[in-house]
Design a protein around this ligand. Structure first.
Ligand code: KG4
Ligand code: ZN
Length: 341
């Protein structure tokens, strides 16, 4: 079957076509993304109204390009999968209403997908190893930090989440304080690696909030405030940016790895997966591999499926359609606070 995926929950307008054969083998035909990063950079973050206007301009060209590059006529599409939440409300509406209109005009089934479920399913796009349940997925993005126990396809239990900032938000806010621009993850990560490769050892100590509490929740806002106070006390910080990036990233990664490991032991996990924009982080991927891959099946999404894309939405659409079928498309609504279930 051919599936068209559509994603517009934040600042990327994305459309993808995937093909799934009768034995379940998935082929990505197109992964088209129109990114608004350059537009939002000058504001230091995503402006919802600006994002929605850009989606309106880009959505049809992106879908057209996705079909054209896949060399697929719309008549061949068997299913449309679209993000219905969580995310920015007006951005979500653009994607969902476009998908509804196409489904009606083309007479195709339509399925609404939770954006977090999409990130989780980025691991199911031709996985390098079998994914055995129960699995644990650390979903780390700009808007979410969630430890999800996955008991089977489309069966989730949230066992921990952030009480304040998300991990990606911590990167973005930290980068803003250090004058490094938006988005913060890639640049902090690059400078941290430069520091590590320089062979120096840092004396900077930042806290690891909620590392030793008896639950799997996270908190990153204290870490961010700690960085702010350290910078205020250190007039020389502009000459130590790489070291600050290193210490900040080290704290974030240590918290993520240790909490995931603890949860994996408690829930007798077989597979551990990373998902979301922060899972593009090289050091995070390496630390996980080092600490977890001997004991568990460990998987990470391909780099071009870590940050927001529509391949993950099409893939999640395939599994949800297969396991749960489709409901009446006219009832489909966006929900900016949609919970994973
Ligand atoms: O999943 P995503 O594209 O959007 C949301 O659903 O939020 O994630 C975007 C987040 C941003 O906060 C960005 O700074 C972070 O992912 N990010 C990274 C890296 N690449 C993107 N964080 C750390 N290291 C990276 N290499
Ligand atoms: Zn996302």
């Amino acid at each position: 079957m051919y599936i068209l995926g559509i994603e517009t929950s934040c600042d990327e307008t994305a459309a993808s076509i995937i093909q799934v054969n009768s034995s379940g083998k998935l082929t990505v035909l197109t992964n088209i993304i129109s990114s608004q990063i350059e537009i939002h950079k000058k504001y230091g973050g995503v402006i919802p109204e600006v994002a929605a206007r850009e989606h309106v301009l880009n959505i049809l060209p992106v879908i057209n390009e996705s079909l054209a590059k896949a060399k697929i006529d719309y008549k061949k599409i068997d299913l449309i999968a679209v993000t219905k939440g969580p995310g920015l409300i007006t951005s979500l509406i653009t994607g969902l209403e476009t998908a509804k209109t196409l489904a009606y005009a083309w007479k195709k089934p339509l399925i609404g997908i939770n954006h977090i479920e999409g990130h989780i399913y980025s691991n199911f796009i031709n996985p390098s190893k079998p994914i055995k349940f129960p699995a644990l997925v650390l979903t780390v993005s700009g808007g979410h930090t969630i430890l999800v126990l996955m008991l089977g396809h489309n069966k989730y239990k949230i066992i921990g989440e952030t009480l304040d900032d998300a991990a990606g938000e911590a990167y973005d806010k930290g980068a803003k304080m250090l004058g490094l621009g938006y988005p913060g993850g890639p640049i902090i990560s690059k400078l941290a690696i430069e520091y590590k490769n320089s062979g120096q050892s840092s004396t900077l100590k930042l806290p690891r909030p909620m590392l030793n509490v008896n639950n799997f929740n996270f908190s990153f806002s204290g870490l961010k405030t700690s960085l702010l106070y350290k910078l205020k006390k250190d007039n020389n910080w502009p000459n130590r940016i790489n070291e600050y990036c290193f210490a900040y990233e080290e704290a974030i990664i240590e918290i993520l790895v240790k909490k995931t490991l603890k949860a994996a032991t408690k829930y007798k996990i077989k597979t551990i997966m990373l998902a979301g924009g922060v899972s593009a982080n090289k050091e995070l991927r390496e630390e996980f591999k080092l600490k977890l891959s001997k004991k568990y099946h460990f998987l990470v999404p391909a780099l071009d499926h870590t940050t927001d894309n529509a391949v993950m939405i099409a893939t999640a659409g395939y599994y949800r359609y297969k396991n749960k079928g489709v409901k009446n498309r006219s009832n489909l609504k966006v929900d900016s606070n949609l919970k994973l279930q």
